[in-house]
Design a protein around this ligand. Structure first.
Ligand code: NDP
Ligand code: OXD
Length: 306
């Protein structure tokens, strides 16, 4: 069995070491143009040339949960796309989103600013019931996030494509359920995959339907959000602010207006990092299962785009 590694922006050596230790009988190497045909590939943001030169691939293991980058490429005809299925990401996402919700709800940015100015000042406690959190996307990450938030007794709502039942979470689905979901939401969390249906979904029309004083947490993809609509709604006062981890262009260009909006807090696409050891263990388990002809979790449906 031959496994090829083609992950843009990722240091190959530690991955190769881990894969070789776990698959001692396989030939494992970094892809270069003209490399021999492989059976399986471990990929992140590969070029089209890689796909064109590897028609015999049986599966592409994406070392992330989002496969939007891969879905834009012409893929080898018989290759299944397999995404990372949690692999240590959901707990990170739950802690990131929970801290963002709590930081906003408990006005911790305001306290921090007061303290820096030497001011010992109390703010009136806010009412939790007035801060319903709506999670868009109830997949591997969204479900974990919704459950984590309900532990803190926020009213939690969730929206997905198909109907879902989750303890302690009021659920909505499909286009028909979207407005009702938004209208009851004050803190909006985005954990949708980026597909033609979800691109630009967080726009003026969407944001306007949120409760006044809305807050936006985008941890999925930058292209879900219409940047100028968010800024406009903040300036108009309907949206109180946002915490953003993902952007249309990464790194965020120095001239992007987000840098100058004090109500926007940003992090550099770090809310749920790919953990190498967990990911290798998952990929190796799936390679073995596929080689036995078994189905594995995390198979991407190219029709749905996730
Ligand atoms: P999943 O595929 O497990 O879940 C996707 C969820 O979105 C499902 O509940 C699905 O509905 C729902 N959904 C998809 N399309 C629509 C639609 N058109 N309308 C309503 N709901 C829809 O994904 P994950 O939870 O694993 O990951 C979500 C995204 O998070 C990734 O695609 C990636 O972009 C992002 N991500 C960001 C990271 C970061 O560090 N910032 C790290 C990891 C992931 P249904 O259940 O009905 O299928
Ligand atoms: C992912 C990501 O999709 O890191 O896993 O964004």
């Amino acid at each position: 069995m031959r496994v090829t590694f083609c992950c843009t922006g990722t240091k190959a050596e530690p991955w190769l070491e881990g894969l070789r230790a776990a698959l001692p009988d396989a030939e494992i190497g970094v892809w270069v143009p003209g490399a021999p045909q492989a059976d399986y590939a471990v990929v992140w943001a590969p070029p089209q040339q890689f796909m064109d030169e590897q028609p015999a691939l049986k599966a592409l293991f994406n070392i992330g949960a989002g496969v939007d980058g891969l879905m834009k490429l012409r893929l080898p005809r018989h290759a299944q796309v397999v995404r990372l299925d949690d692999a240590g990401m959901s707990v990170q996402m739950a802690e990131y989103v929970t801290q963002a919700v709590i930081r906003h709800f408990r006005e911790l940015d305001g306290y921090e600013a007061d303290m820096r100015q030497g001011q010992w000042k109390f703010r009136k406690p806010q009412v939790r019931a007035n801060f319903p959190v709506g999670v868009m996307g109830l997949g591997v990450l969204g479900e974990r996030v919704a459950k984590a938030l309900s532990v803190f007794e926020f009213p939690v709502r969730g929206w997905s494509r198909s109907p879902k039942q989750l303890d302690g979470v009021q659920t909505f689905h499909g286009a028909a359920g979207f407005s009702e979901f938004l209208q009851g939401t004050r803190i909006l969390v985005n954990l949708l995959p980026l597909t033609p249906d979800t691109e630009n979904l967080i726009n003026r029309q969407t944001l306007q339907q949120l409760q006044p004083g809305a807050y936006v947490i985008n941890v999925a993809r930058g292209a879900h959000l219409v940047d100028e609509d968010l800024i406009a709604l903040i300036q108009e006062g309907h949206v109180a602010g946002a915490m953003l981890d993902v952007f249309r262009q990464e790194p965020l260009p120095a001239e992007h207006p987000f840098w100058n909006v004090p109500q926007i807090t940003m992090t550099p696409h770090t809310s749920a990092r790919t953990l190498r050891d967990e990911s290798i263990a998952q990929i190796v388990g799936k390679v073995a299962a596929m080689a036995r002809g078994e189905n594995v979790q995390g198979m991407v449906d190219p029709q749905r785009g996730y």
